[in-house]
Design a binder for this molecule. Structure first.
Ligand SMILES: Cc1c(C)c2c(c(C)c1O)CC[C@@](C)(CCC[C@H](C)CCC[C@H](C)CCCC(C)C)O2
Length: 200
């Protein structure tokens, strides 16, 4: 339930930009540095993505134009890496590949440290070429290079744009998730994809 992961959300771990990009895709941001691995397991972190997916898959524009995700891997550390076991790596690649009715149009990794490579090497073999080609590594000079993929006007200033700040983006989305709690766990529950992943 959203309340169990509210600590992560309140720490501004995740947000969805208010505006879509030029292709009409939803743009999701995840900030690994805001995830304290002592407090939350990787499964709880995964659940945040499932909840957002469940919400945005209702939007016809997202059904049509898919999503793009930005992963800020600043402060990725050994404690994070330890949480990603082979079974979770498989789960990550399976949602990216086919088991979720959302088109993944791009994955942008920024601030990725050397430490992240072994984890990525665990996920990569399960990904089809189509998805591999859509993964972009920006390193620490992301401020310029992200703008080659996203309009400056929609990106937060922290990521080289001129849009609303990352804190505002995360707070707005957190509020939206909390408001949607009733919908997510209503009678429709059994039909939802979230349920399949979380309970299945
Ligand atoms: C439908 C859907 C879901 C459900 C989803 C993502 C995307 C793009 C989706 O379309 C991306 C994130 C992910 C796979 C959850 C990831 C949770 C883990 C615990 C985060 C840890 C950090 C990862 C080691 C970073 C890996 C980046 C890969 C996506 C290459 O959940």
């Amino acid at each position: 339930r959203p309340s169990s992961i509210s600590g992560l959300l309140q720490n501004n771990y995740h947000g969805v930009l208010r505006s879509r990009d030029d292709a009409g895709s939803r743009v999701l941001i995840y900030r690994i540095g805001q995830w304290n691995p002592k407090e939350f397991t990787a499964y709880e972190v995964f659940r945040v993505s499932l909840i957002t997916s469940e919400l945005i898959v209702q939007e016809w524009e997202t059904q049509r134009n898919g999503l793009k995700a930005i992963f800020d891997l600043q402060d990725w550390c050994f404690a994070h890496a330890l949480q990603i076991n082979p079974s979770l790596a498989k789960k990550i690649s399976s949602v990216l590949t086919d088991s979720f009715p959302l088109k993944v149009r791009g994955i942008h990794l920024i601030n990725e440290p050397i430490f992240f490579r072994p984890v990525f090497a665990m996920i990569r073999p399960f990904l089809p070429d189509k998805i591999k080609q859509r993964i972009h590594m920006h390193g620490s000079s992301y401020a310029q290079s992200l703008c080659d993929y996203f309009p400056k006007a929609i990106l937060p200033p922290e990521y080289g744009g001129t849009g609303p700040s990352i804190d505002e983006v995360c707070q707005d989305w957190t509020e939206y998730i909390m408001q949607s709690e009733d919908y997510l766990y209503s009678g429709k529950k059994s039909k939802t994809i979230l349920n399949k992943f979380v309970c299945g």
